[in-house]
Design a binder for this molecule. Structure first.
Ligand code: ATP
Length: 232
């Protein structure tokens, strides 16, 4: 199997707290991966390490053979909260900006996604609802031809209708046959049906990395159930 991510013995500490502990893991070069684990298990830190926003104190992280640093953003799209959009732009101006900044950006795909979301592209970013704001941010990432897309809790704080729209957007527009999409979520049962693989973190350690199908068949229990067991 080809791997897009190779992590070997990665450890990350903040002050004296070890947040990611001797983590080793290789991730396939395509598929939808759910990153789950109890609060404080290190999910955000894990994604920030992959995005090159922070460095491991020990160990190695490589994406397609390149050691991760801030310059890795030509290989990685990263979505976290409200970051990345400029309030004073219209949606259309934001897409033009993305096309300038990211050589891999596909404007026609972005336009198609925006239309499917029924967002008017003349609207100023600051006038978008929270759901539209998040959806636009995700749409921009899904329009990049990068091997790895990372999303930190993209469903957090959104109502069920918007969450479902975002999940539909993943299904319709993520190119999981040639890209790897990693999405962290507390809403495990909500994303579970869409997943190809699951990364389970607990107290900064890799509890489990497995194919979702295998888990459903062999464990015969839901991921939510497993997460509750681990958190106990
Ligand atoms: N920049 C930082 N400085 C100090 N401590 C940090 C920093 N970032 C994370 N931590 C600590 O690392 C631990 C893991 O945090 P992280 O946000 O990675 O977990 P998480 O699994 O994403 O949590 P949640 O599910 O609550 O969002 C927490 O105890 C947190 O306080």
């Amino acid at each position: 199997m080809q791997h897009v991510v190779n992590i070997s013995g990665a450890t990350k500490r903040f002050h004296n707290q070890t947040v990611i502990q001797s983590l080793s893991l290789s991730l396939p070069s395509h598929g939808f991966i759910g990153l789950v684990g109890p609060n404080g298990s290190g999910k955000t830190t894990f994604l920030r390490l992959l995005a090159g926003l922070i460095r491991p104190d020990e160990g190695q992280i490589q994406i397609n053979g390149h050691t991760v640093s801030r310059r890795i953003n030509h290989q990685v799209a990263y979505v976290a909260g409200d970051q990345g959009l400029y309030d004073f732009y219209t949606v259309q101006e934001m897409l033009h900006y993305a096309a300038k900044v990211y050589p891999d950006f596909q404007p026609s795909k972005a336009t198609e996604i925006i239309q499917s979301l029924k967002i008017n592209d003349h609207t100023k970013i600051k006038h978008l609802s929270k759901g539209q704001h998040t959806s636009l941010n995700i749409a921009i990432s899904l329009s990049r031809q990068v091997p790895l897309i990372l999303m930190d809790e993209p469903l957090a704080g959104l109502d069920p209708v918007v969450r479902e729209d975002i999940l539909k957007m993943f299904v319709a527009f993520a190119e999981v046959e040639k890209q790897t999409l990693i999405v962290s979520s507390h809403e495990v049962s909500e994303i579970e049906p869409y997943l190809d693989y699951v990364i389970f973190l607990n107290q900064g350690q890799l509890h489990l990395f497995a194919s979702a199908e295998e888990l459903r068949e062999t464990k015969g229990q839901s991921m939510l159930h497993m997460m509750k067991e681990v958190a106990r």
